[in-house]
Design a protein around this ligand. Structure first.
Ligand code: IFM
Length: 411
């Protein structure tokens, strides 16, 4: 049996826009309508049903819940903050405390208010000032919260920005999702569209990463001054490797796509590692995931070893910032494959720990089957959600991960 250190966080993660429903002030609400894919609409109605979600998590034996607060709800108009929404998120935090669950609170998970996006988004000269004003206000509800993530996957956000500029230039319907590497035709049938995801990831400009790092570090300073939370951000790890002849291209792509972000976590209390799959880079760039029967519902290869690879790379590039696995999981309709994947990923994580890498916890993506940025078909959840009735049905993987948490180790 593998034992993890005492105090290791065992939990699951979600994000506001993917589960809450009706985030009508968010830029994604508008984007979904441009993308020619599916809409979030009511999502999982977790805005109203968070108590049920947290209770299921706690009853299974998990002790940490990562969720995000929605900037577009909290600040629906520039400089106007909603006390009612702040109180809502404070209630969520307190519900976690009351149920023995450690909240890991993300302040910004892909979405921004529509007014922020319309004014130039992250590229506007006063973007940092606006985000920091919001962070200051959210800090008022973080009493007792030990873990705060400033931003989720800024490296994916950079890719989304690139893609959205294209959508605007080329018209609606040309791009379907930042995270789904397959496309669906008008009749809803899946068809290969390897460019929807991988193509955009190749366009990462290191300067955008450095800009995000400055914004994150400013937010970190605010949070350190006003709260006692440990602060970090999360990075989407590609677990990239070089195909023969691809060594130089790998360095180039990885620099802008993730290494500036790992470097940007230096001085943080932790870095959120988010890994799902691994991909090769050849002399021309990212190599599409090979077509295999065990590929996931988002078109990526079944690669649970990506987690171990990612924490090792994060450790090296961040200069030894402790890793918190803030996301790891698989889009599959086969829950036994999910359990197999998580067990293999956790073994790789433990091997990395044995090699001296500090790992603080494991938060599975995701607690619920949710809105996968333009699509509902890729199911990552430990719990199924009926889209009409919102009834939650725990899958065997929830009890399995809860058992790992209770034993604090793999059997
Ligand atoms: O659903 C996303 C999440 O919002 C960010 N990280 C990757 C997940 C799966 O694609």
């Amino acid at each position: 049996m593998t034992n993890f250190p005492s105090g290791f966080l065992w939990g699951a993660a979600t994000a506001g826009h993917q589960i809450e429903g009706n985030n009508v002030n968010s830029d994604w609400w508008a984007r979904e309508q441009l993308m020619g894919a599916e809409l979030s609409l009511d999502a999982c109605d977790s805005y109203h049903r968070y108590r049920e979600d947290i209770t299921l998590l706690a009853q299974a034996g998990l002790t940490a819940y990562r969720f995000s607060v929605e900037w577009s709800r909290i600040e629906p108009l520039p400089g106007h903050f909603s006390n009612a929404e702040l109180a809502h998120y404070r209630r969520m935090i307190e519900f976690c405390f009351d149920n023995g669950v450690t909240p890991v609170v993300t302040l910004q998970h892909f979405t921004t208010p529509q007014w922020f996006a319309a004014a130039g988004g992250w590229l506007a000269p006063d973007a940092a000032e606006k985000f920091h004003r919001y962070v200051e206000r959210v800090s008022t509800i973080l009493d007792g919260v030990e873990w705060v993530v400033t931003m989720n996957e800024p490296n994916m956000q950079a890719a989304i920005m690139t893609a959205m500029r294209r959508v605007e230039a080329e018209g609606a319907g040309k791009w379907q999702s930042p995270t789904v590497d397959v496309a669906f035709d008008d009749a809803g049938a899946e068809k290969p569209a390897k460019k929807t995801h991988s193509e955009f990831l190749a366009y990462a400009d290191p300067e955008i990463g450095r800009m995000f790092a400055r914004i994150h570090q400013g937010a970190r300073d605010i949070l350190r001054e006003r709260t006692s939370a440990k602060v970090g951000w999360t990075v989407a790890a590609g677990a990239l490797t070089a195909a023969p002849g691809g060594e130089e291209k790998l360095r180039e792509i990885r620099l802008g796509k993730e290494d500036v972000y790992w470097e940007g976590s230096r001085g943080d209390d932790f870095v959120g590692v988010q890994a799902y799959s691994s991909q090769q880079v050849d002399a021309d760039g990212l190599v599409p995931h090979p077509e295999r029967p065990d590929n996931t519902l988002v078109g990526t290869s079944y690669r649970p070893d990506s987690l171990g690879m990612a924490v090792r790379h994060a450790w090296e590039m961040s200069g030894g910032v402790p890793a918190l696995v803030t996301e790891n999981g698989i889009a599959t309709a086969d829950d036994s494959q999910r359990i197999r994947y998580a067990a293999e990923a956790l073994q790789g994580l433990d091997d990395a720990r044995a090699d001296g890498i500090a790992v603080l916890g494991y938060l599975h993506w995701s607690l619920l089957d949710n809105f996968e940025w333009g699509h509902w078909a890729p199911t990552f959840g430990l719990i199924a959600v009926d889209r009409e009735s919102f009834v939650r049905t725990p899958k065997p993987s929830l009890a399995w991960l809860g058992g790992v948490a209770k034993r604090n180790g793999l059997a």
